[in-house]
Design a protein around this ligand. Structure first.
Ligand code: GLN
Length: 195
């Protein structure tokens, strides 16, 4: 099953490795033609302003938005969560604007810029998940159609809305591929690939 990883900036290779671990067929997406045949697309961590700019420059913003609207699963990690959000605190323009969430960027304070913690994630069996947070966003508001999958210290850090999945943390930076498997199952259950 072909699952894309948006390859413009950020931790692309780590997602590719986790997808290989679960036997999926990862495709690094750099231009619109790379979207053909995908059953899902991962938007990696990195810097959301930069990735958003590059998506516009390489004409990927509209086709990826169309994919998400057509029901193809999209999974945003960290910066990818910000790309998916309909609203960004501070009045910044949204990027894909697909997900009915409001996010705050860099929400865990300076001295805690990076940290790890064990989180239980709803729908992911087998015990807590080691979650790596790097200058991570959190979700400040969710729409009625959004399911909260995980919280950390009262802040929402993992959400799902139908075919859209987002986590503040980076599952690709651990050896644990359960969230990638969860996403691959969403992709398997969804409608056929992008034409
Ligand atoms: N702080 C970054 C942003 O706001 C996200 C960090 C990350 O993806 N690790 O875009």
């Amino acid at each position: 099953m072909r699952i894309g990883v948006l390859g413009l900036q950020g931790d692309v290779q780590e997602h590719v490795e986790r997808l290989q671990d679960i036997g999926a067929d990862p495709v690094i997406v750099k231009r619109p033609a790379d979207l053909a045949g995908l059953r899902g697309l991962i938007l990696p961590g990195g810097e959301s302003t930069t990735i958003g700019k590059l998506m516009r420059k390489y004409e990927l913003l509209e086709p990826v938005r169309d994919m998400g609207r057509a029901g193809v699963p999209l999974y945003g990690t960290c910066a990818g969560m910000i790309l998916l959000a309909r609203e960004i605190e501070g009045g910044e323009d949204p990027h894909l604007g697909l997900m009915n969430i409001r996010v705050a960027r860099n929400s865990f304070g300076r001295q805690k810029d990076s940290f790890e913690t064990d989180l239980s994630v709803r729908g992911v069996d087998g015990g807590p998940f080691r979650a790596v947070f790097i200058r991570a966003p959190h979700v400040t508001e969710v729409g009625p159609d959004v399911e909260v999958l995980a919280e950390f210290e009262g802040r929402v850090v993992a959400v799902r809305q139908g075919n859209l999945l987002a986590t503040s943390f980076h599952p690709e930076l651990t050896e644990d591929s359960r969230l990638h498997r969860y996403f691959a199952e969403m992709a398997e259950a969804s409608t056929p690939a992008v034409q």
